[in-house]
Design a binder for this molecule. Sequence first.
Ligand code: NAP
Length: 247
Amino acid sequence: MEKGKIKYALVTGGSRGIGRAVSVRLAQMGFYVLVNCVSRMVEAEETLRLIREAGSDGEILPFDVSDRAQTAKVLEAWKDAHPDDYIQVLVNNAGIRRDNILALMPAEDWDKVLGIALDGFYNVTQPLLQPMMFHKWGRIVSLASVSGLKGMPGQVNYSAAKGGLIAATKALAQEVARKGITVNAVAPGFIRTDMTEGLDEAELVKAIPAHRFGTPEEVAALVGFLVSSEAGYITGEVISVNGGLYT
Ligand code: NAP
């Protein structure tokens, strides 16, 4: 990576939870952070405030990662406004869950969860790859889940989406390794965010060897390492952050 230039990182779903913690971590590492969200602008503004508090800067890039045309338009506009720069780091973090047993799952809950995770992976990653390849340096980290490794009942859609992300990560890693780009996935267990709000934490921690939910910052610390230059020989990996829940 060229010294002295602004380093850009895009975090999808950076407005809340893990994405916010990752944004702050990247700010601490000196990245200018492009904070994506789909609707919660007030939350995204708070992430931006924390980025500035961490001594860096950033901006909010709202778009729906599952909307191909909208995503392409926003990323093209960014490229046009920054002809001499490129986005070095991409964290594919945006995600939702819509849990139900498959027998009762409406098609829209299948489509929505896979659309954000898998179409989102394509829509955001594909346009950013060529500039990374041209500059021979890039980092892509995607938020998978224990569900994508193990498969969780009640989450067939989410498990399929996250399993797909893991496979895409492994395949893409092999395509671009020679171009100085690493592609990895992080698989959290239960992390305390809006997504796990309302779960029976007291009951669930009984199955977690660490006996607690994790924090967004504990996930962000790993993402920070994976996007660093020191992690340049780690690629195609899926690393769990789950307190020993599934090994
Ligand atoms: P969260 O608190 O619910 O936040 C979700 C984020 O995704 C928000 O910033 C949201 O933006 C954004 N988002 C949702 N749909 C989007 C779309 N269509 N386009 C762009 N952004 C969108 O979730 P979290 O717990 O931090 O989870 C972050 C990632 O980690 C997800 O991929 C999740 O599957 C994964 N994960 C989480 C856990 C956990 O225990 N929390 C465990 C395993 C994996 P708005 O604020 O605008 O709605």
